[in-house]
Design a protein around this ligand. Structure first.
Ligand SMILES: Nc1ncnc2c1ncn2[C@@H]1O[C@H](COP(=O)(O)OP(=O)(O)OP(=O)(O)O)[C@@H](O)[C@H]1O
Ligand SMILES: CC(C)(CO)[C@@H](O)C(=O)[O-]
Ligand code: BAL
Length: 280
């Protein structure tokens, strides 16, 4: 496995691969890898000759300086995991390599970003849009892999690929969970022992809400009961629980309004902010 920190060296490697007609799959990450990331690598390996994983904690998508400072960085361990997973190349640039100057571009994703993560983390999707576009332009992958755990990110990247005619196929991969149901996430490493023990309730509450909505309970009442449940749970501070149309990400009032419904949640558990969702 090759590790690149400079854009020209990575581009040169990829040019050689393209000259041999090799197909390229890209998995953008911020590192601190877990089995969720490895599932994206595994899928990409089946569908491509060459698999490139980028590891870059992108400062432009963080609106909270403490979140950026405390984001886990484990490059050496990540490289061992990627090597074992059969990844072909890692791209781990410095901030200066990616942003010799602070980008001035702003991207407006319209209604897709006025809700949930976009509403709670101002500027977040602008930063995601810029870095993902840069990665697409640098790597020019045939396919790019994203996890459903970050559902709003997936819908925003999908829209960007269409709007800007990026010549690639977007592959959305299912959320991988711990055996107790907690969605795998790099930020889980920041949970204390007690917080970690309580964290699986997030998925349980999602499943319970799904059952109620599918059994015909009123969506507004389900939302209120979820808010109440979190209110009395020690250590949790619910940011949002939304019932949305999976495509538009706009809140719905009955499941008949959407082809597919998504239940999306973000909650603080101690100082750590976790997100999850289920689609049905
Ligand atoms: N549990 C998971 N299952 C499947 N894909 C995942 C999972 N967790 C993250 N991914 C995907 O991996 C890619 C890189 O995500 P990222 O590096 O931000 O990891 P993360 O675990 O989501 O970290 P965090 O949420 O703490 O920022 C994204 O496309 C993300 O959706
Ligand atoms: C897509 C991404 C790597 C862009 O920095 C990040 O938002 C993530 O890890 O999901
Ligand atoms: N996993 C999405 C990236 C972020 O939380 O900033």
């Amino acid at each position: 496995m090759e590790v690149f920190t400079s854009i020209p060296s990575l581009k040169n490697f990829l040019l050689q691969q393209r000259l041999q007609n090799k197909s390229i799959g890209l998995i953008p990450t911020m590192g601190a890898l877990h089995e969720g990331h490895i599932s994206l690598i595994d899928t990409a390996k089946i569908q491509n000759d060459i698999v490139v994983c980028s590891i870059f904690v992108n400062p432009t998508q963080f609106n909270n300086p403490e979140d950026l400072a405390k984001y886990p960085r484990t490059l050496e361990e990540d490289c061992v995991m990627l090597e074992n997973a059969g990844c072909s190349a890692v791209f781990a640039p410095s901030v200066e390599e990616m942003y010799p100057e602070k980008p001035t571009l702003t991207i407006n994703f319209g209604l897709l970003e006025t809700v949930m993560e976009g509403a709670s983390r101002p500027g977040h999707f602008n930063g995601v849009g810029i870095v993902v576009s840069k990665l697409f332009n640098i790597v020019e992958p045939h396919r790019a892999y994203f996890g459903q755990k970050d559902l709003q990110q997936v819908m925003i990247v999908k829209r960007m690929v269409e709007d800007l005619s990026f010549n690639l196929e977007l592959i959305i991969c299912p959320t991988i969970r711990e055996t107790d149901g907690l969605a795998m996430s790099s930020r889980n490493r920041r949970l204390g022992e007690e917080e970690r023990a309580h964290a699986p309730i997030i998925y349980k509450i999602l499943l319970d809400a799904k059952d109620k909505i599918q059994n015909g309970d009123d969506i507004e009442e389900v939302k209120e009961s979820v808010q109440l449940e979190f209110h009395v749970l020690a250590g949790f501070e619910l940011d949002y629980f939304e019932v949305v149309n999976t495509k538009t990400l706009q809140p719905i009032h009955t499941i008949a309004e959407a082809g597919t419904t998504a239940l999306c949640i973000a909650t603080f558990l101690g100082p750590v902010r976790l997100i999850d969702n289920i689609i049905f």
